[in-house]
Design a protein around this ligand. Structure first.
Ligand code: GCO
Ligand code: MG
Length: 408
């Protein structure tokens, strides 16, 4: 058996997605997600122009050999574009292997360690009344853990705060705007640091102490500011404080860790285990945030999470709408099979997206499950996909009030 065809399908049902579909000489197909928000065409080209030609004629069962061939053989290692492209190949090959084995992918990864995967959704609101409404909506949807993002008095639109859209009840925030030049947002750290503790106090007063609450700082603080925020949020018992400071300098988290017991999640913009080495070996974080889609696929993500598990660190895989249903399914199969699963982000995709991707995963009573279809359990409807051509969309750029570009 050989890989006979490698198709890169770019589609935009509500937002841009890049999907790789491999077909074997026995007509067995596998899909992989290669979506990288705002850089979709770069990954599509990396696949189309550089990887797909290398796949034709290869044995699709040799997943690790193909992975090493694409990672080491490409010479230029790491980085989000490279690792998203390789991830799509890896996941598509795992999909094929599980189909050949006649079992759902998680069985091939060692079987289920749990009955389901605790999921969290994105509640948000420009002010407390709209935030409370969004939390209540997510509780109605069955979520048992919720991310809380709000506006900051005096500031305009901010990351993670949904303005509502044509679908009305959709509270999930779609950050990539369909503009050829990124929109710009204004930021004031001091106003944010003064405001956030009062938000969590109000949420706890209204919704009680039990509900797991998460918050995403989105890389905007210095380590000492992150330490201050973590300490100020301790009375509100967060499940995690995410991306509290840029972590290319992993040692920066030593300072944060010294000052606060608020659990820390880092890494949605990371793409190899090396980005985490100090964070993990010094237990500077509690959750690994990377998505299978951005980290080279299931093969390296399993290694990364096994490594993290040695240090009592759990998974908290990235699951926004810019991880496609294919990438979500890969995360769910892996999350079901590892011992150190923590929580799975699940922003829920739009109706248009779910018209293009046929999925078998479920969300019930706050838990996700990948389903028991053979393989990944996701197929892409290429006819439906063709109805949604690519449209440029970029994440916003953030500036301080004096105009200085700041982390978004
Ligand atoms: C998250 C992410 C999103 C990002 C988006 C960027 O935690 O889900 O931080 O809020 O804005 O994934 O593409
Ligand atoms: Mg995040």
């Amino acid at each position: 058996m050989e890989i006979e065809r490698a198709e890169v399908i770019v589609t935009s049902p509500g937002r841009n997605f890049v999907t790789l579909r491999l077909t074997t000489t026995d007509q067995v197909q596998g899909v992989g997600d290669a979506t990288l928000n705002g850089r979709e065409l770069a990954v599509a080209s990396y696949l189309q122009d550089h990887l797909c030609p290398l796949l034709i004629g290869r044995d699709p069962q040799r997943i690790e050999d193909i992975w090493q061939y694409l990672y080491r053989g490409g010479y230029w290692r790491r980085g989000p574009v490279t690792m998203a492209a390789i991830a799509a190949v890896d996941v598509a090959l795992w999909d094929i292997k599980a189909k050949l084995a006649g079992m759902p992918l998680y069985q091939l990864l060692g079987g289920a360690v749990r009955t389901g995967l605790l999921a969290y959704g994105h509640a948000s609101g420009a002010d407390l009344p709209r935030l409370f409404e969004s939390i209540e909506k997510h509780l109605e949807l069955g979520y048992r853990a919720i991310r809380i993002q709000t506006g900051v008095p005096g500031l305009g639109p901010l990351y993670g705060v949904a303005a509502g859209d044509s679908e009305g009840t959709r509270y999930d925030y779609e950050p990539a705007r369909r503009t050829m030049v990124p929109t710009e947002e204004a930021w004031d750290t001091r106003a944010y640091l003064r405001h956030v503790p009062s938000v969590f106090e109000a949420v706890r007063n209204k919704f009680g102490p039990e509900l797991p609450l998460l918050h995403d700082v989105h890389h905007r603080l210095t380590p000492i500011q992150a330490a201050r925020l973590g300490k100020s949020l301790e009375p509100f018992d967060l499940f995690w404080m995410e991306d509290c400071t840029p972590a290319e300098n992993q040692e920066a988290l030593r300072l944060v860790r010294r000052h606060t017991t608020t659990p820390l999640a880092i890494g949605e913009v990371f793409n190899t285990v090396w980005d985490y080495q100090t964070l993990i070996t010094e237990q500077l974080i509690d959750y690994v945030r990377s998505a299978v889609t951005h980290t080279g696929g299931i093969s390296p993500m399993r290694r990364l999470l096994d490594f993290a598990g040695l240090y009592q660190i759990k998974s908290g895989m990235h699951g926004p709408t810019d991880v496609s249903p294919v990438g979500m399914a890969a995360a769910m199969h892996l999350g079901l099979a590892i011992h150190n699963f923590g929580i799975q982000e699940y922003m829920r995709h739009s109706k248009a997206t779910m018209d293009v991707f046929r999925t078998s995963y479920t969300f019930a009573e706050g838990l996700l499950h990948p389903g028991d279809q053979v393989g990944l359990g996701v197929e892409i409807d290429e006819t439906a996909a063709a109805a949604y051509p690519y449209a440029g969309a970029y994440l916003p750029v953030n500036r301080l009030l004096d105009g200085t570009v700041h982390d978004w």
